[in-house]
Design a protein around this ligand. Structure first.
Ligand code: MRU
Length: 347
């Protein structure tokens, strides 16, 4: 994503890999629509896009004739942005950061200085994400000490962040260090983020990719074709339970059965320090048509009932390590995440 000349430029992820087309957003409503439609997706990217949406929201709200009316209007925009997608906590984290900027001002402040501060905060959120992913990549690559094949699920790459990616950032860095021979990419039904986005990103980088259907992952592990798994996350609870794309839990169970390490790469902004376990994570349910059709064709009987959760929760006991910008966390996660919380409060 690129912010320039008061415009947020997003690569339309619904059209990849067939078409590389950009969306030019000039309003908060267009960004909200892009988040809802998954034109922009992935936890950190959703957070950063929402921050820029708040800049547009603030400009609109600045037409109000009092400080209180401005704040009410902007909070209403924030509320509507918060309703776009429920699971990735980065969205709420970014909106809170933007709301906190407004709290630094009062009715004596000039609208210009408030708007400038909001724009600077959105730019900072985006810039920090780039730096954070570089750190995650370095810490994560240290876990890959010998050449090996890795498996990933969904897309936790540059497309899902502001740059580089979390899980794919680690893969990129470990590859540069000579320790990745091949990446197995789960196609990631129903919206195929693996096939359409991860395979595209890695292929563009010249990293060897082998695309598999989601139900091939166990067989690949059984045949010792893969030595580790790494995924991103949408929300991590205080006990280390991890919400990520539906199917992640199955991959983690399979990895445990086959004695393969299961790594999660995520920034502090993906931790929800307010919830104790993964049971408290709201799981987005999406429309039945995503499952009932494939490539525009109906593949199930009309009127059939469908369960289509977009995410699942992997229990902390299945997670070998969580890679953050502050280092690699290992069980017992309650203690490790408490330390991370204390660090995050200071920075
Ligand atoms: O529904 P999506 O495509 O937004 O889901 C994305 C994922 O599950 C990613 O793995 C997660 O957001 C991590 S992105 C660094």
């Amino acid at each position: 994503m690129v912010w320039s000349n008061n415009c947020l430029k997003l690569l339309d992820q619904t059209l990849l890999p067939g078409q590389v087309e950009y969306i030019y957003c000039h309003s908060w409503e267009r960004i909200a629509e892009a988040i809802k439609k998954l034109e922009v997706r992935g936890a950190p990217a959703i957070g950063a896009a929402a921050a820029f949406a708040m800049v547009f929201g603030a400009r609109e709200a600045a037409a109000a004739n009092s400080w209180n009316a401005f704040k009410t209007a902007l909070l209403s925009v924030s509320k509507q942005l918060a309703q776009t997608r429920p699971t990735a906590v980065n969205l709420f984290w970014a909106l809170k950061r933007m709301e906190e900027v407004v709290e630094r001002f009062d009715e004596n402040s000039s609208p210009g200085e408030v708007l400038t501060a909001l724009e600077q905060e959105a730019i900072a959120i985006a810039e920090e994400d780039k730096a954070v992913n570089q750190k995650i990549s370095k810490y994560g690559a240290s876990l890959f000490t010998a050449p090996q094949a890795v498996l990933t699920h969904c897309n936790a790459g540059a497309l899902a962040t502001v740059a580089l990616g979390t899980a794919l950032g680690v893969i990129r860095e470990a590859k540069a260090q000579g320790n990745i021979t091949k990446v197995f990419v789960d196609e990631t039904r129903p919206l195929l983020q693996g096939a359409r986005l991860t395979a595209w990103e890695l292929h563009q980088d010249g990293i060897p990719v082998t695309l598999i259907t989601d139900n091939t992952a166990g067989w690949v592990m059984k045949n010792k074709m893969v030595q580790s798994v790494i995924v991103g996350a949408d929300r991590i609870a205080r006990n280390g339970d991890v919400a990520n794309k539906i199917g992640t839990y199955s991959v983690a169970v399979l990895a445990r059965e086959h004695g393969i390490p299961f790594y999660v790469a995520a920034p502090v902004s993906t931790f929800d320090f307010s919830i104790k376990t993964g049971n408290d994570i709201p799981i987005e349910e999406r429309c039945a048509n995503e499952v009932k059709s494939f490539g525009g064709c109906c593949i199930a009987p009309e009127g059939i009932s469908v369960f289509n959760p977009a995410f699942d929760v992997t229990l902390n006991s299945l997670v070998t390590a969580i890679i953050t910008e502050h280092g690699v966390l290992r069980a017992p996660y309650e203690q490790a995440i408490e330390k991370l919380y204390q660090i995050s409060k200071k920075s």
